[in-house]
Design a protein around this ligand. Structure first.
Ligand SMILES: [Zn+2]
Ligand SMILES: [Zn+2]
Length: 361
């Protein structure tokens, strides 16, 4: 049995880098040597408050696994072994991994909307091979070619950028629309870039952390609001014709949810990107009086086609409409994943946005 180093999630505050089975490449599969894997906000939630997505008691219906599971779902690498019957990939190809696990049978899967499958899960959160590892074995269909114009390391950002692009498409944003983004962590920053690429007019950002507001400006935001010092709703209303057309909630806290809805003009639309740990209290008259619309958004379509978010993001990274540099604040090795990665990112004083783990450096 060949082993390698990989990070496994055992329980809250218990993530270990240890020796695991490397696995063999079966028919229809490829091995990918991981170049980079991003640490995501949902990984941090699993670390501090989990298990949430990680199956603890019942096995995940698609992966069949329970904790300990291998972690890391935002990753890219080079194909190093190709299984029988795979015709779309060759050794040496640079790929981004689509981590979505779905049943293939429910109504949403049958209609092509597998990202809202009844049994939705993700490689690296719900079982399967995760990207905080020297290599992974995945179905060839889940390895999406990056082509020649996207550096392989930036392939690790295709997943979070696809979350953001899907949110922008769900929002109905039209060129010229005024936009407000509440929260500028990694996904908020990605939403700003995607909204900018979609032709947004003025983009307002409400974010209490100074360093994150500055990065929002780097990503294309025009108006920066510190909600701990300024009433964000009043500011947005007084700097627009009665409110923004489109708001995005990317902070996951009640106050920013209510601010997002109230910052939209009557007839405006709010898109909720955050995953919530708690219920929120809101006044529904904010929707009813003013005919405002509230939309949820989850994940993305992870295929290479030009009508799927992965395909679009790879094209937009290739031609420069999306710029990965403002997101990446650190690069670390696999062995220091917890101390230099998770522990730094959960520190509220930290200025980090996205730390990339490079398991083969
Ligand atoms: Zn993620
Ligand atoms: Zn399904």
């Amino acid at each position: 049995m060949y082993t390698m180093r990989a990070a496994t999630y055992h329980d809250r505050r218990d993530i270990r880098v240890e020796d695991v089975e490397r696995g063999t490449v079966g028919a229809g599969e490829v091995r990918v040597d991981v170049d980079a894997c991003g640490i995501c906000g949902s990984d941090l939630h699993e670390y501090t408050a989990g298990p949430i997505f990680v199956p603890a008691d019942e096995p995940h219906p698609v992966s069949g696994e329970t904790a300990p599971i291998r972690m890391g779902h935002e990753f890219s690498g080079l194909v190093s072994e190709v299984g029988d019957g795979v015709t779309t990939l060759r050794e040496g190809d640079a790929v981004a991994i689509n981590p979505i696990l779905c049943c293939g049978e429910c109504r949403q899967c049958r209609s092509g909307n597998y990202h809202i499958c009844d049994s939705i899960g993700f490689l690296g959160l719900s079982g399967g091979n995760g990207g905080f590892a020297e290599s992974v074995v995945v179905d060839a269909e889940q390895a999406v070619p990056l082509g020649d114009d996207v550096p392989v390391e930036y392939g690790a950002l295709v997943e979070p950028l696809s979350v953001a692009l899907h949110a922008v498409r769900r929002s109905g944003l039209q060129a010229g629309d005024a936009v407000a983004v509440f929260g500028s962590g990694p996904i908020g920053l990605a939403v700003i870039q995607c909204a900018r690429a979609a032709g947004a007019g003025t983009i307002f950002v409400s974010e209490p952390r100074d360093a994150r507001r500055e990065r929002a400006a780097d990503c294309g935001a025009d108006e920066l609001i510190d909600p701990s010092a300024t009433d964000a709703v009043e500011y947005v209303r007084s700097h627009t014709d009665g409110g923004v057309d489109v708001a995005f909630e990317v902070a996951g806290v009640e106050a920013s949810f209510n601010d997002a809805v109230e910052s939209t003009v009557p007839g405006g639309r709010t898109t909720v990107v955050s995953i919530w740990e708690e219920e929120v209290s809101t006044h529904l008259n904010n929707l009813v009086l003013g005919e405002r619309t509230l939309t949820g958004t989850l994940a993305y379509l992870g295929g290479p086609r030009s009508d799927e978010e992965y395909g679009m993001v790879i094209e937009m990274l290739g031609d420069g409409r999306l710029d990965p540099e403002p997101f990446v604040t650190g690069r670390i090795g696999l062995e220091s994943l917890v101390e230099e990665g998770f522990d730094r990112l959960v520190d509220p004083e930290s200025d980090h946005v996205k730390i990339l783990v490079r398991p083969n450096d």
